[in-house]
Design a protein around this ligand. Structure first.
Ligand code: KG4
Ligand code: ZN
Length: 334
């Protein structure tokens, strides 16, 4: 048989998701139950609350994904599940759900690293060409990954403190915007100008690592100083200036990495790749250097299970398997 059909399951943070993907490239179904509205009133994701909602949703979402895909259980090749990294209680719901379904239907189980899922969301847009550089920027991650072939991942840059999305969420909170702050900052920034000179953390010469804690403190100090002086805050200018600083560092370091490995493609993925300034500046920079750029559509940038099934397809074809002793791992290495 030529088709590879994989059911993917993702529960690492606050989205319960299941999807069926054909050959790692075609989405047959993509079901997501978001908990954003539930966590908003707490100002962030509450792990225990997340786990409970995953428990409520996991069966329904898996059934929805299977129904919509019009694929029979007996036609599936495997079940792929996010093993980590993420919130341990949340991960366990997906892992145990996947184990139960794999056992019940006699299917192989394929463990997937969440970051590789974000990278593989790009394969729904275009076939990957190697070597490539992927920038994964989300609420939990800021990673530059070098891939020389399918399923091979070398992390060549990472954050030394906050993830890019975390910085967005914290600055949004400082500006009184609701969780998750990234999209709110993005929208607010459109009404402002990047006129405030916030720092850019380049770190040591040649380093591909990131740091956002200095920028975060600079923005918070700026806000406090302005308030103390009794000035009206121009939140839109603050948002635009903060966003410009994050974007400039992300774009420049990604381009340096791409040139260093002679990348044939640059991929961007994770929640922050939904950011309008990151997208436009990355597009401009990649075009100037003549390197093809792929960024998934917004729906595939944030957590979903189609990306887990896509990465799981590669794992499945390479023979990666887990047995029923599989456990979630909060800080799983790539
Ligand atoms: O990939 P994702 O859904 O979950 C994680 O794996 O973390 O990413 C969520 C993060 C949040 O921090 C959110 O604020 C950020 O992505 N985000 C954005 C935008 N949309 C989502 N950050 C900046 N601009 C956006 N438009
Ligand atoms: Zn994610």
């Amino acid at each position: 048989r030529q088709k590879t059909l994989i059911l993917g399951i993702e529960t690492s943070c606050d989205e319960t998701a299941a999807a069926v993907v054909e050959n790692g490239t075609v989405i047959r179904s993509n079901a997501v139950a978001s908990q954003i509205d539930i966590h908003r009133r707490f100002g962030g994701v509450v792990p225990e609350v997340a786990s409970r909602h995953h428990v409520d949703q996991i069966t329904v979402i898996c059934e929805e994904a299977m129904d919509k895909s019009e694929v029979a259980w007996s036609d599936l090749d495997a079940i792929a599940v996010t093993q980590g990294p993420g919130l341990i209680g949340a991960l366990l719901v997906g892992v145990n759900g996947a184990k139960a379904l794999a056992y019940a239907h006699g299917l192989p189980l394929v463990p997937v690293h969440h970051i590789t899922g974000h990278i593989y969301a790009n394969r729904f847009v275009r076939e990957l060409e190697f070597p490539l550089i992927a920038l994964v920027v989300s609420g939990g991650h800021t990673e530059l990954v070098h891939m020389s072939q399918h399923g091979s991942y070398e992390v060549i840059g990472t954050t030394r403190d906050d993830a890019a999305g975390e910085a967005f969420d914290k600055i949004a909170r400082t500006l009184g915007l609701p969780y998750p702050g990234g999209p709110k900052i993005d929208r607010l920034a459109k009404k402002g100008k990047p006129v405030i000179d916030f720092p850019r953390a380049w770190l040591e010469e040649g380093s591909l690592d990131f740091s956002f804690s200095g920028l975060k403190s600079a923005v918070i100090n700026y806000v406090h100083n302005e308030q103390q002086r009794g000035h009206d805050l121009n939140a839109a200018d603050i948002a635009a200036s903060f966003q410009a600083s994050v974007s400039e560092v992300l774009v420049k370091k990604t381009l340096i990495a791409a040139e260093r490995v002679h990348a044939k493609q640059i991929l961007v993925a994770g929640g922050v790749s939904a950011n309008s300034v990151v997208r436009t500046e990355m597009e401009q920079a990649a075009r100037t250097r003549g390197i093809p750029l792929i960024i998934p559509p917004l729906k595939l940038c944030t957590d979903n299970a189609a990306m887990i099934a896509a990465s799981g397809t590669i794992g499945f074809l390479k023979g990666t398997r887990a047995d029923l002793s599989l456990n979630g791992k909060a800080n799983l290495a790539i």
